[in-house]
Design a protein around this ligand. Structure first.
Ligand code: FM0
Length: 333
């Protein structure tokens, strides 16, 4: 019987991963860049044991059914195949999020799972190898192996597609990200399905690929020179370009809701009022606002005039994955 546990923090892309060149290996069409955050994380423990005849997955204290266990089991199948492990596993996972408003992330979840498996099986993986492994669970998870800024270099094969930490002289410690949690009346399109539909059908997808390569260069230059305006402007336009591709898909779709637009407009208003800040959005209606730490309180107060306080969560830069002492039992809140 082998046990392992890990804690991984979520990350938010400033240059988005949007589209796969290989769906099975999860090789992306473009490289991406993210900031790992402290406010949202997942702790997962894995115990491989011959006592079980199927995987058992507990999420936030609840035993999950077969459908809910599928993503975790597919990842474990990969591990079992790759490392010749015959046993099923008991997986205990807890998401630590400031509110329950749909903020659980596949990035922190799959990164923690990869770390826990690696610890349980004593695989002695390097951070690069762990990033490759986490990528197979969920693309964005490969970036959560590292703290601060990380770049997922797209590569073109299983062993050339992984994230690396971007040297930043700790500049990320001067930054913050305000989450605006927005109600979603629409039916969700998962990021996995949304990017697939976009690659296959969007008349704007080629334009995305052209733009994202330049955006990545600008974002890295901004980090190297600690240029907040360049980083913010680049991230905001990159997010808008990603979301533009969904409108050109068949059938067309959007992740934006009326309150997403309200938040985006408020970001623009804050800039005019003298608070430098920039938004980004992922495969859902929540808006995330990049701001310098010194302006974070002012920005939060301004947003509190238009949104409820429980819709606002302030996050800062977070650490890379942590392997936990497997003797420690994970407790439920
Ligand atoms: O994080 O199909 O990792 O770069 O969040 O599991 O590989 O959930 F909204 C866009 C994340 C996509 C941008 O996709 O997909 C980003 C996104 P998977 P993910």
């Amino acid at each position: 019987m082998s046990i392992g546990a890990a804690r991984a923090y979520t990350n938010i892309a400033l240059i988005k991963y949007w589209g796969k060149q290989d769906e099975q290996l999860i090789l992306p069409m473009n490289s991406s860049l993210s900031l790992t955050l402290d406010a949202f994380y997942t702790e997962t423990s894995v115990r491989f044991t011959s006592e079980l005849t199927a995987d058992r997955f507990y999420l936030d204290g609840q035993l999950q059914n077969e459908k809910q266990t599928k993503k975790v089991s597919s990842f474990l199948d990969l591990i079992r195949h790759k490392y010749d492990v015959p046993q099923f596993a008991e997986i205990t996972s807890n998401n630590f999020v400031p509110t329950a408003a749909g903020l659980a992330s596949s990035a922190s979840g799959l990164a923690a799972l990869a770390g826990a498996c690696s610890a349980a099986l004593d695989l002695s993986l390097s951070p690069t190898e762990l990033s490759m492994l986490a990528r197979r669970g969920s693309g964005s998870a490969c970036r959560s192996i590292f703290g601060g800024f990380s770049e997922w270099q797209k590569g073109d094969s299983d062993t050339t597609s992984y994230a690396v930490q971007i040297p930043s002289d700790s500049w990320e410690q001067e930054l913050a990200m305000l989450f605006i949690l927005v109600d979603d009346a629409q039916k969700d399109v998962s990021s996995r399905d949304g990017m697939k539909r976009t690659v296959e059908t969007s008349v704007f997808y080629e334009g995305w690929l052209t733009a994202v390569a330049d955006d990545l260069v600008s974002a890295k230059q901004a980090i190297a020179t600690k240029d907040f305006t360049l980083l913010g402007e680049t991230a905001e336009s990159n997010a808008l370009r990603m979301h533009a591709t969904t409108l050109g898909a068949t059938p067309p779709f959007t992740y934006w809701s009326p309150d997403s637009l309200k938040a985006m407009n408020l970001v623009r208003a804050c800039r005019l009022e003298g608070i430098p800040c920039y938004f980004t959005m992922d495969a859902g209606p929540n808006v995330k606002v990049l701001v310098q730490k010194k302006d974070a309180d002012r920005l939060t107060a301004r947003f509190a005039e238009e949104f409820n306080e429980n819709q606002l969560v302030l996050a800062h830069a977070g650490p890379g994955i942590e392997i936990l002492d497997s003797e420690r039992s994970l407790t439920y809140d």
